[in-house]
Design a protein around this ligand. Structure first.
Ligand SMILES: *Cc1c(COP(=O)(O)O)cnc(C)c1O
Length: 374
């Protein structure tokens, strides 16, 4: 009984990849043909297929999402001393990549609930050194790309979307990734589409795609092999990664509908917790995708939240705090006030969500959450 209970308790994962399609077959093909490095049929096939999902004419695959961000920023002309406005609530990769360019991430407060960049902040933060804005579609919820895009166009700033957590999300029917000058995606193991580690830069600009491709491959001149006109990077995706990714995209609709079913069941069960959990409002026309399942405790702050996470863990339910805002991290510390980010991130918990999560498991997570909050 004890052992069985323990086994059952450990059964729930916070995130896990769904590799039930052609992933093994395609990876085996890489092994059998010897095309295991960054040349092979799966790379262009994955890029073409992914561009379709993002609604763009070009996709350039990279070895992870962070390098996609870096190479996109370099291609957009970001250099030392430039300022790039980013939301303070994001995964640290967004801020790190700006720093890799020698540029300064200027932190913006976020909107309540979605924790996405507050477009009203832009006017306040823009300076003559501002080069562009990164909007992050956090936890699968599209940012206000229309307001950010309008602001950037009016001032000739670039708009880069960080869509690492939002594969397939749409705004007014148009996929995220196609609103900015470029967008990046991540295919880390816990993301909606995975290649193990992996990333992509997508864009509708042929010139920008060409530049990203050049920088990704050590800066080699496409018309003159082994001639390197400038400093580039080795940020290439392997054929093995792309093999996994192509198999994922073949089943994208299936993977997404399983995630949506799970999110719907969460919604029903979390509604039963009533005013204990703060509801978040999604603007009209915005169609999020379920990545992790976030909940925001209506009362208390980080101390209570951490206690709830700890209690869940002791009951075998994995969860984690919502991302700490960048302005509290040592490398990005900023003492200006960020009232919305501070308030919401302190109360946020990410719960398990993936395609292998059963209805029973969601019930258990929600029951344990109710008990942990009591
Ligand atoms: C996952 C993620 C990235 C990129 O991460 P990698 O692990 O390098 O693929 C970038 N931004 C956000 C918001 C992310 O969640």
């Amino acid at each position: 009984m004890g052992i069985e209970t323990t086994a059952l308790l450990q059964d729930i994962a916070l995130a896990q990849p769904d590799l039930g399609g052609n992933e093994l077959k395609y990876v085996t093909e890489c092994m059998e043909t010897g095309w295991i490095s960054s040349i092979g049929r799966f790379i262009p096939e994955f890029e073409a297929s992914f561009a379709q999902l993002a609604g763009t004419t070009h996709a350039v695959a990279t070895n992870n999402g962070t390098t996609a961000l870096h190479v996109a920023l370099v291609a957009l002309g970001v250099g030392p001393g430039d300022e790039v406005i980013i939301p303070t609530v994001t995964y640290v990769a967004t801020a790190n990549a700006v720093r890799y360019c020698g540029a300064i991430p200027v932190l913006a407060d976020v909107l309540p609930g979605t924790l996405n960049i507050d477009p009203e902040e832009l006017q306040r933060l823009v300076t003559p050194r501002t080069k562009g804005v990164i909007s992050v579609h956090l936890y699968g919820v599209p940012a206000d790309v229309t307001s950010v895009g309008d602001f950037c166009r009016a001032r000739e700033l670039f708009h880069l979307e960080d869509a690492a957590e939002a594969h397939g999300a749409t705004v007014d029917g148009t996929p995220v990734g196609s609103f900015g000058d470029a967008a990046i995606f991540s295919f880390f193991g816990n993301k909606i589409v995975t290649t193990g580690e992996g990333g992509a830069v997508v864009t509708n600009s042929a010139a920008l795609a060409k530049r990203v491709r050049l920088l990704r491959g050590q800066g080699m001149d496409p018309d003159r092999r082994y001639w390197f006109p400038e400093i580039g990077y080795n940020y290439r995706m392997t054929n093995i990664q792309a093999a996994i990714g192509l198999a994922q995209l073949e089943r994208f609709d299936q993977i997404m509908s399983a995630r949506i079913d799970t999110a719907r069941h969460y919604e029903l069960r979390l509604a039963e917790l009533g005013a204990e959990i703060e509801r978040i409002e999604i603007p009209a026309g915005v169609n999020p995708v379920p990545w992790l399942q976030n909940v925001y405790l209506a009362d208390g702050g980080a101390v209570r939240r951490d206690a709830v996470v700890e209690r869940l863990s002791s009951r075998g339910v994995p969860s984690r705090p919502v991302f700490y805002p960048m302005h509290v991290l040592p490398a990005f510390v900023d003492s200006r006030p960020f009232p919305v980010a501070d308030d919401w991130t302190a109360r946020g918990i990410s719960l398990p969500l993936h395609t292998a999560l059963t209805v029973d498991a969601v019930d258990r997570v929600c029951d344990e959450l109710a008990a942990a909050m009591a």
